[in-house]
Design a protein around this ligand. Structure first.
Ligand code: HEC
Length: 162
């Protein structure tokens, strides 16, 4: 009788230890079960670039035979669109940091953070309906793209706008 309870106790202890071990195993409590869908190439080509373009194209100056034209968002809907795109670029910086995408834990993270920071300023500029500020931070966003490409994109960034 005593013997049986001893082995029952051992079994219970073993089960408890196994559960503790599972809790410490990768995948046990390693955080949310992220499932990256896009490759870095796809993320650049289909998410980051098109949305950065919306921000860049929203303000500027065009000179043609009729003179100089200022490009500005002209409706609430257009301003909303700039905000949505800036927000998408900012959050995409986080997607670049995910395991499986991040190329390293050093400079890659700094470049992705710089993108988040610049794009967040673009979100603020758009929500302030401040076209000058959107133009200025558009340049900062462009620099954030370029700085990372110089280090991590092997071919010259010819697909980028000048
Ligand atoms: C943290 C680093 C990083 C940042 C920030 C970054 N990129 Fe990239 N980008 C890359 C890498 C790496 C590649 C090469 C991907 C590949 O070909 O696999 C790339 C490739 C591209 C491409 C080429 C995709 C294709 O069609 O082959 C475009 C376009 C691009 N990036 C746009 C942008 C824009 C626009 C921004 C800023 C708004 C940006 N990237 C910010 C790392 C970055």
């Amino acid at each position: 009788m005593e013997r049986t309870s001893h082995w029952q106790a051992v079994a219970r202890f073993a089960a408890g230890a196994a559960m503790l071990a599972i809790g410490c195993m990768p995948g046990g409590d390693a955080g949310p079960p992220f499932k990256p869908v896009a490759s870095i190439h796809d993320l650049m080509h289909d998410v980051i670039y098109p949305h950065a373009e919306v921000v860049w194209d929203s303000v500027g100056t065009v000179i043609d035979k009729d003179g100089t034209h200022e490009i500005r968002p002209t409706s609430e809907q257009e301003w909303e669109r700039v905000m949505q795109s800036a927000l998408t670029v900012a959050e995409a910086g986080n997607l670049l940091m995910m395991e499986g995408r991040a190329k390293d834990a050093g400079d890659w993270m700094l470049h992705a953070s710089a993108l988040i920071e610049a794009a967040t300023l673009a979100v603020e500029a758009a929500s302030d309906r401040d076209a000058e500020a959107v133009f200025d931070v558009g340049g900062a966003v462009y620099n954030a793209c370029n700085n990372c490409h110089e280090k991590y994109w092997e071919k010259p960034p010819s697909a980028m706008r000048p």
